[in-house]
Design a protein around this ligand. Structure first.
Ligand code: XMP
Length: 538
């Protein structure tokens, strides 16, 4: 594959007209919030990328770099071997904002002193503004900010002044106005920080002099040009799943290259009730994007006969997917390119990913687990088209909407590649798939009716194995399967909590399932958070 390099040196699809795009770089020191900072900056319509703190200065210099944010991190700056940035960074002449660890590093490298604080600060703290000019303009004194630190800046480096303090932290925000170096001990990026966005806006617009030009429309324009340039007159194959990523990708590619795009939808037989039919109909009739529909239901279910081990199930589904994909793409091919819905979090270069610091290329390339097309045999190698690889999920949704993708797809909750097969604990049979599909449909209908669909990350049913629990229906004892309700809230699927939905909703769902779904006589609620649980059961 021909790879070129993005503004800050991460590999990306070829032909980037977006090179030279004004960029704010987040130097990641291992903080869990680095990605969040990048997302917040992009909310101001300024482009931003997360890069490793080890990124050589020469690489930063080559980009149209407007500012640098040093992230937080789990270390103490005075620890042996603590991550540090190249001191040459201070000669770049671009504005720098240090957040938490980043501020302490700034203070230490520029001649100040960082010590273990007599009292750490964790959680909310009121910020008292001493200097409301530039960085803290429109940040009210007394705003609650989110803190998480055990160290503190005790002595400021030369040329620095204090912008704000808290009860426990005299230097909660600091600045060297002339050199445009700023530090904040709190986390302006987290939602609990009042005025955090105002602070970030001050930094990007007034201090870094960026303009709000990173918009959905600019992205689409650039992406269309890039795709046309990369693909030329050749043909592209896309595996459509019905999720927001592959659907947005389909729209974008179709707009760029029309019928040189082939969308293939492999129906494994594990989708939700009526979804395969609905998907094909939507694409073909409403959007006029032809879909090559492959009915592989029998193949997949046959492959799973007698299999109860979750890993084995996933493996067989993945293997079968590749086989079907291979056969079909040869049959209706040849294709030169394969389109993948890789997103920015899949490729993000951070302190703990395996990135070659010199070339900036990821050493182990992560391939989307969803369809695992990374497992294609050597005789079936495509060049990749990955136009969404610079985007966060919320940006993909905006692009999808702007391209005319309907809400039902744009807002669709995540659905795992192996589908209902990993929500049937034990053997997957046609009969059990039908039971789960019916129960699952009721969950979806009722969650939709309650108006809670958008506030939940996922809402679904899980079918337990044929441990038959006793019940009574009429005068008869019944033995049937239990269904588990899994309703969770989450920001990104990495952590999750069970959703505290109204009892009336649970009541309606449970009632309907036991009354309407033959084979189920009990409904239970999963109230496990992640961690330690996972969202899915297998
Ligand atoms: P877990 O169960 O690990 O799931 O807490 C986290 C998120 O990932 C989804 N998930 C998958 N998505 N292919 C996918 O595309 C898969 O094999 C897969 N397994 C889990 C899950 O639904 C949740 O949103």
């Amino acid at each position: 594959m021909v790879a070129s390099v993005s503004p800050l040196g991460q590999t990306k699809a070829p032909a980037g007209t977006g090179e030279g795009r004004p960029t704010i770089a987040i130097l990641d020191f291992g903080s869990q919030y680095s990605e969040l900072i990048a997302r917040r900056i992009r909310e101001t319509q300024v482009y931003s990328e997360v890069v490793s703190y080890r990124t050589p200065i020469e690489r930063l210099q080559t980009a149209n770099l407007k500012g640098i944010i040093l992230s937080g991190g789990p270390n103490s700056v005075y620890d042996e071997g603590a991550p540090a940035c190249d001191p040459a960074l201070w000669d770049l002449g671009v504005p720098v904002l240090g957040v938490c660890y980043g501020m302490q590093l700034m203070a230490q490298q520029l001649g100040g002193q960082v010590v273990r604080a007599s009292r750490g600060e964790y959680g909310r703290a009121e910020l008292w503004v001493d200097d409301p000019t530039d960085l803290l303009t429109n940040v009210e004194s007394g705003s609650v900010m989110w803190m998480s630190h055990g160290d503190a800046v005790e002595a400021l480096p030369p040329g620095f002044g204090v912008l704000a303090h808290t009860t426990n932290t005299p230097c909660a925000a600091i600045a060297h106005h002339q050199n445009r170096w700023y530090g904040v001990q709190f986390h302006p990026e987290v939602v609990h920080s009042q005025g955090g966005m105002a602070l970030l806006r001050n930094f990007v617009y007034h201090i870094c002099q960026c303009e709000p030009k990173w918009t959905t429309n600019t992205f689409i324009e650039e992406a269309l040009t890039d795709i046309r340039q990369q693909v030329g007159e050749k043909r592209v194959l896309l595996a459509l799943s019905g999720g927001v990523d592959s659907s947005t990708l389909a729209f974008l590619l179709h707009k760029a290259i029309g019928d040189r795009l082939t969308c293939m939808f492999i129906d494994q037989g594990f989708m939700r009730k009526l979804e395969p039919e609905r998907l094909v109909k939507l694409f073909e009739e409403q959007f006029h994007i032809p879909v090559h529909y492959v009915n592989a239901r029998d193949r997949f279910i046959d492959r799973l006969a007698g299999v109860t081990d979750p890993e084995e199930k996933r493996k067989r589904i993945g293997y079968e997917f590749i086989r079907v994909f291979e056969e079909e793409s040869i049959r209706i091919g040849p294709f030169d390119f394969l389109a993948q819905g890789t997103l920015y979090p899949d490729v993000i270069e951070s302190a703990d990913t395996n990135v070659d610091p010199v070339t900036g290329k990821r050493v182990a390339v992560k391939i989307k687990s969803h369809h695992n097309v990374g497992g294609l045999p050597p005789n079936l190698r495509f060049e990749l088209v990955e136009p969404l690889r610079k985007l966060f999920k919320d940006e993909v949704r905006k692009v999808g909407s702007a391209l005319g993708l309907p809400d039902e797809i744009v807002r669709r909750q995540p659905f795992p590649g192996p589908g209902l097969a990993i929500r049937i604990i034990g053997e997957v049979t046609r009969e059990r798939l039908n039971i789960l599909r019916d129960a699952d449909l009721i969950v979806r209908q009722e969650v939709n009716r309650s108006g809670l669909y958008d506030s939940l990350w996922q809402a679904f049913a899980v079918l337990l194995p044929t441990v038959r629990t006793v019940g009574v229906m009429g005068d008869q004892r019944t033995y049937a399967c239990p269904v588990v309700l899994r309703l969770v809230t989450s920001e990104d699927g990495m952590t999750a909590d069970w959703a505290k939905v109204p009892y009336t909703l649970l009541d309606t769902i449970a009632n309907r399932i036991v009354n309407e779904v033959a084979g189920v006589n009990r409904v239970v609620l999963d109230i496990t958070s992640k961690p330690p649980g996972t969202i899915e059961w297998e």
